[in-house]
Design a protein around this ligand. Sequence first.
Ligand code: GDP
Ligand code: MG
Length: 179
Amino acid sequence: MEDQEVLTTLKILIIGESGVGKSSLLLRFTDDTFDPEQAATIGVDFKVKTLTVDGNKAKLAIWDTAGQERFRTLTPSYYRGAQGVILVYDVCSKQSFAKLDAWLNELETFATKHDMVKMLVGNKIDKEKREVSKDEGLKFARKHHMLFIEASAKTKEGVQCAFEELVEKEGIDSAEEDD
Ligand code: GDP
Ligand code: MG
């Protein structure tokens, strides 16, 4: 056997408006699939994937909203204990971008770990009718101390990176805490 592997489990949330592609990003990441026929209402609720970042293995328990965000009924237990969050908007929807503040407020209200690592993802960059520029996304992320990436669940671009960078940052943060 190799030296013992450190396997940390991280609870990661995916939040953002309905239809921005949260479930699609998750399925692209965990199963490397994309189903354009998937109805926007269908929700995945939970997926586990092991990722190796900087030689360390991390087990990600990723929580998706299962469509509950439409009714604004995400419960405190959804947020409890989460170490990282992926906040998604659709680069072709100004409306989904305008709702980011409300999502951060909700996170602030319910999250139990307040120095949570946050990743902002501008999804659907494969589409033509963009309404939010990369610069606007970047500025929002900087202002709120978030990591930022643009992605497409459809073409895969940026998807793996989004999760890896989040875990990398979380790993660094928790290593500092342990000192
Ligand atoms: P959710 O409600 O945030 O979970 O969004 P879904 O994952 O259900 O996606 C909503 C719709 O957007 C579906 O029809 C997806 O096929 C589509 N979609 C998701 N991601 C992308 C993407 O990166 N590019 C394109 N073109 N469509 C996407
Ligand atoms: Mg969904």
